[in-house]
Design a protein around this ligand. Structure first.
Ligand code: TXA
Ligand code: MG
Length: 328
């Protein structure tokens, strides 16, 4: 990344243009959060329905009261504990937050990302940057600048390259707007870590970050490769590969523990067995598997414990949204 990029990014944001930037979770597609015309461009470039709210990214030591109408003590405690970091906090919005940012909801999602370039950009811009993940609607979130360029190309005037994202999956979303804490999307900050700060165990929401109060009827579609994806238990994976090959299909596999199957109709990708590195690499793996020209992607199902909660959430959505059902 060239030092001039941040200065140019600030100019572009001030002029109502879009800038893609790295965070520790995934790359974001940013616009000046107080400029509705700029934010509208984000929806156009992503092809995202207008009722899906965007997260507002803030600089270090954010003045929460400028963005939220009510800031409960729990929000201040969690901000102090986890920001900058992969936690988004949903609060009652301040009046000045434009409708287009919040999808006309009475709430706003706020977070301070933990990436040096994002923090520098936010500090120099001195305002909120509304940013979803920098992918087309329903597709895999980008974890490198190259992913953003491949996916959005010339539609984005500047992509700040901050290297591969450290966490690799999107932030935990915690709703504190309804009196009791509810996790709307699991991420790297766990329910137990949140509970340790606020002495209340957060509820786990419907397991769908699209379940936020919004108009009904919009289709949930997230994190999906184009190729159908199926989660398969480690004991069944070899058999499943065999039966797909017998159907004349080409198979891509994301293995974690099972030994490689050598067959020229099988594209084999190995993920690390530990959750942190698995999350870091997950979206790059899914892109690779998707590009392999296979008919189906089989993913060795990870364990069901807490450390894998956010990963299993993303894999289930990818399976569902790619049209394949999950193993019962
Ligand atoms: O890690 C992340 O959160 C990344 C980086 C770029 O910060 N951003 C991200 O944004 O994943 P996006 O737009 O792809 O996903 C944000 C999710 C959406 O599902 C949206 O519905 C939800 O957050 N969200 C945003 N504001 C909300 C609100 N006020 N109430 C409920 N859900 C909200
Ligand atoms: Mg997204």
């Amino acid at each position: 990344m060239k030092p001039a990029d941040i200065a140019r990014a600030v100019e572009l944001l001030r002029a109502g243009e879009l800038v893609a930037f790295p965070t520790e979770t995934v790359y974001g597609l940013g616009a000046d959060a107080l400029n509705p015309a700029a934010v509208r461009k984000v929806f156009e470039v992503k092809g995202r329905p207008a009722d899906h709210p965007l997260i507002v990214h803030l600089a270090e030591n954010p003045m929460l009261d400028m963005w939220a109408a009510e800031v409960p003590r729990a929000a201040r405690a969690l901000a102090a504990a986890f920001w900058p970091g992969p936690l988004t906090i949903v609060l009652q919005r301040a009046r000045r937050v434009p409708d287009i940012v919040t999808g006309r909801q009475p709430t706003v999602g706020l977070r301070v990302p933990n990436h040096p370039l994002a923090l520098e950009l936010l500090a120099r811009f001195a305002g909120g940057i509304a940013a979803p993940s920098a992918n087309r609607y329903g597709r895999i979130s980008p974890t490198t600048a190259a992913h953003v360029r491949t996916e959005l190309g010339a539609a984005v005037p500047l992509v700040i390259d901050g290297g591969p994202c450290e966490v690799g999956i999107e932030s935990t979303i915690l709703d504190l707007s309804r009196g009791r804490p509810v996790i709307l999307r699991p991420g790297a900050v766990s329910a137990a870590e949140i509970a340790a700060e606020i002495d209340v165990e957060p509820e786990i929401g419907a397991g769908d970050d699209d379940s936020a109060p919004r108009v009904s009827g919009s289709l949930p579609a997230h994190y999906a490769p184009h190729t159908p994806l199926r989660l398969v238990g480690d004991d069944k994976l070899r058999g499943e590969v065999g039966s797909r090959l017998a159907q004349g299909l080409r198979v891509a596999v994301l293995a974690r523990t099972i030994p490689r199957i050598y067959d020229n109709r099988v594209f084999w990708d190995r993920a690390t067995p530990d959750a942190r590195t698995y999350a870091h690499d997950l979206y790059a793996h899914l892109r690779e598997l998707d590009a392999s020209g296979s008919d189906v992607i089989l993913v060795e199902a990870p364990p069901e414990d807490e450390a894998w909660l956010a990963i299993n959430d993303r894999l289930r959505r990818a399976a569902r949204d790619s049209g394949e059902e999950e193993e019962p």
